[in-house]
Design a protein around this ligand. Sequence first.
Ligand code: BTN
Length: 240
Amino acid sequence: MTKETVLSHLQGHPWAEHLIVLATVGSTNQYLKELAAAGAPHGTVVIADHQSAGRGRLGRSFLSPKGQGLYLSVLLRQKPDLRLTPMAAVAVRRAILQETGLAPQIKWINDLVCGGKKLCGILTELCGDAIIVGIGINCSGIAHEAATSLEVLGAAFDRSRLAAQVIDQLSQMSPAQMQEYKTHCLTIGQDVQLHQNGTMRLAHVDDMDEEGALLVTLEDGTKERIFSGEVSVRGMYGYV
Ligand code: BTN
């Protein structure tokens, strides 16, 4: 995957102008944060073939072996919006469906899942008046209890085309897609473990509201609105 191969699928796209493709980087999100601070415009995209310090949600790392994933970040200059991570999940799901025929489910709030294993993670970060949306898709090589890849799932794909499709779908994100998120979100309607601030509680997920927060009923019948933390679903990532 090179800048040229990605651009060949982005002819005339408004975000094609500010595409950066790197062989290796610590984290595309971190790299783009620095560009954002230096004034990079809306729609700047950074892709790397390898990340030595790929970052995940909740302070976790995101394993990013060379040539085996799509590690991509995009800079948005717009008002912060809690719906951006769910909207990005819908965008990347659409791109994967379009390019591979696979139809991932969404595990709230930021994972795309196939066969109960993680295929893609999304990390949205605020940086002054800029927002960085980072996408990590496992393309090949990864197969263990918790994660899978396009290759392991038997999907044919071209990383450059997939990158271009992800960029195009991200450029078309809209709050109108929240209903699509709910349609494919496997967390809604499940009994889950809520992990927040070092505690674990059991709950049932009743619904998701229009901002992307989960509406849950706790064991004692109390209702709560959840917009952060980890929500573990039975049978997912080895949690049974
Ligand atoms: C998660 O699973 O919690 C989110 C993972 C996000 C990984 C992507 S890879 C490209 C971008 N750069 C990073 O350091 N992280 C995101």
